[in-house]
Design a binder for this molecule. Structure first.
Ligand SMILES: Cc1cc2nc3c(=O)[nH]c(=O)nc-3n(C[C@H](O)[C@H](O)[C@H](O)COP(=O)(O)OP(=O)(O)OC[C@H]3O[C@@H](n4cnc5c(N)ncnc54)[C@H](O)[C@@H]3O)c2cc1C
Length: 366
């Protein structure tokens, strides 16, 4: 079978790539090894033992980052909507109230208005006022889309701008856990992407959670004539003598295409491509997470001071690395999905807690 393009993976990026290609009349197939779309931002259901029926759970996505108000232009989310021809209203976005970073004895709040974080930093770290302004200017001026800029350590860069180590730790905490598979540090370009996404633009949640996003993407893919196959794990990426991808082996079936897009991550892509064996092995991140979801018989009433997402850390230093035990309770992200504005007030309440975990320990459980 021959296609114009093959996309590996039906997470958000694979689905978006597939839609865009099909929209321009390319014969495209998305190959997904799982039985449902969404990738790390997905969902599952469990029987409800208290009441007849089932409970729906989201995994991964606590918040849609890069919040925009209706009509705002030139931002990542508005560009995606435009490119995929999706309507803002269909997402039914509920903005966060505010979120906070909690370290021993100190908190920094942030919201969809950058002003709040700015004021918080000025009040709690007055000696860093000018340096924080410098950091913000540096972030604004940095072109994170310029792929020719090589790796640079965010910690090293931050140290040259901000002197108070606690402020560095607090600013890094949400950005690392939401944006880095690597331990303790991140590429400065990735830091900038995350800083803009979380602190400049902020969080919202579509009514209906991650399912709303995935079903909008799936509907669009169908509308534009893209094909998707589930339980279709790619075993290897085929290349020609010049090392260019020309197709894939999916469960023994060979599919050909002059364009193969992989959305499964660089180390995984290298592993599937025998021709790349001699290429330098990309650094593989060791971060693993455990998510616990708690169900309450009613929603926690939304109060003025209720935060939507709380990034907490029980020490002054943020130790972002795999837990030594099954999970590390000294630091976590606590997400209150009911604390988004305009969410329903009736029904069961939910709290989600994401901890750093230890993959090997969970894998070796009998
Ligand atoms: C704990 C946690 C919380 C997060 N919270 C948020 C959040 O609140 N907000 C937010 O915006 N982001 C969040 N993220 C990040 C977000 O999940 C990712 O940025 C996003 O999922 C990346 O999408 P993707 O399509 O690039 O990759 P993925 O979601 O990883 O999708 C890759 C897909 O490829 C498939 N695949 C892999 N190998 C193969 C193969 N050989 N053949 C076929 N298919 C294959 C996988 O099954 C998967 O479906 C979170 C991530 C984690 C881990």
């Amino acid at each position: 079978m021959t296609y114009d393009a093959i996309v590996i993976g039906a997470g958000m990026s694979g689905l978006a790539a597939g839609i865009r290609l099909a929209m321009f009349d390319k014969k495209v197939v998305i190959l997904e090894k799982h039985s449902i779309p969404g990738g790390l931002n997905s969902y599952y259901q469990r029987r409800n033992f208290d009441n007849p029926g089932i409970r729906q759970f989201d995994v991964g996505l606590h918040a849609l980052t890069n919040f925009i108000k209706k009509g705002e232009k030139g931002k990542p989310f508005s560009k995606i909507l435009k490119q995929l021809r999706l309507s803002y209203d269909d997402f039914k976005l509920c903005p966060q109230t505010h979120s906070k970073i909690s370290f021993p004895g100190i908190e920094l709040k942030f919201s969809n208005e950058f002003e709040l974080l700015s004021t918080e930093v000025m009040e709690k770290f007055p000696h860093e006022k000018d340096n924080f302004v410098k950091l913000v200017e540096r972030v604004k001026a940095f072109n994170e889309l310029d792929l020719s800029i090589g790796y640079s350590s965010s910690r090293d860069t931050l140290k040259t701008i901000i002197k108070d180590e606690l402020l560095v730790e607090m600013l890094l905490c949400p950005l690392l856990i939401y944006g880095s598979a690597w331990e303790d540090d991140m590429d400065f370009a990735q830091f900038v992407i995350m800083f803009k996404s979380l602190y400049f633009e902020g969080f919202s949640r579509p009514e209906g959670g991650v399912r709303t996003i995935i079903s909008l993407l799936m509907q669009k893919l169908e509308q534009v004539g893209g094909e998707i196959r589930f339980k279709a794990a790619v075993n290897s990426i085929l290349t020609n003598e010049r090392g260019q991808a020309i197709g894939v082996d999916v469960g023994g079936e060979i599919l050909h295409a002059p364009v193969v897009l992989s959305s499964i991550g660089l180390p995984e892509t290298v592993r599937l491509t025998p021709a790349l064996e001699s290429a330098a092995t990309p650094r593989i991140g060791a971060m693993t997470f455990l998510e616990s979801i708690f169900i309450f018989d009613k929603k926690i009433p939304l109060q003025q001071n209720s935060s939507t997402i709380n990034f907490y850390n029980n020490a002054l230093k943020y130790s972002y690395r795999p837990a030594t035990d099954y999970f590390d309770p000294t630091s976590a992200v606590i997400c209150f999905p009911d604390n988004y504005e305009a969410h329903k007030t009736e029904g069961e309440g939910t709290v989600r807690i994401t901890y750093m975990a230890n993959y090997a320990q969970w894998r070796d459980l009998n």
